[in-house]
Design a protein around this ligand. Structure first.
Ligand code: AMP
Ligand code: ZN
Length: 112
């Protein structure tokens, strides 16, 4: 848990979010400012800053997050989808708690 992190606050429930999935390691919730008809984020409960700060011991967690994307996309009614991970300021990352964007349902942008 990082005190000033908005996604840690969503994980601990102190900030509300439209959750679509939760288990011991991961939560998923709709993006507050969707860039497509369906736009949700897959977020580890552990505070990891970005893909660039992941290490070998994060491999299983990263795999779990990616494997959740098709499962949750299907549940959201998507036949296809885009996944996106922004990494670092120069990579367009705004929230420094790693997350996978999943977008679909028409008008899917190249970037978010
Ligand atoms: P990124 O640029 O990859 O760091 O994306 C951060 C994403 O988090 C943006 O798409 C925001 O709209 C989204 N976001 C920020 N605050 C919230 C929140 N409270 N609930 C849901 N999504 C959020
Ligand atoms: Zn965090």
């Amino acid at each position: 848990m990082s005190a000033d992190c908005i996604f840690c606050k969503i994980v601990d429930g102190s900030i509300p979010a439209k959750r679509i999935y939760e288990d011991d390691d991961v939560i998923a919730f709709h993006d507050i400012n969707p860039s497509a008809r369906v736009h949700f984020l897959i977020v580890p409960k552990l505070h990891i800053e970005s893909l660039a700060s992941c290490e070998a011991h994060d491999q299983a967690l990263l795999g779990k997050m990616l494997l959740l994307a098709p499962k949750l996309a299907k549940e959201q009614g998507l036949a296809g989808f885009k996944t996106l991970i922004n990494t670092g300021k120069d990579g367009g990352q705004l929230v420094f708690h790693i997350h996978v964007h999943v977008l679909g349902g028409g008008n899917v942008p190249l970037t978010v």
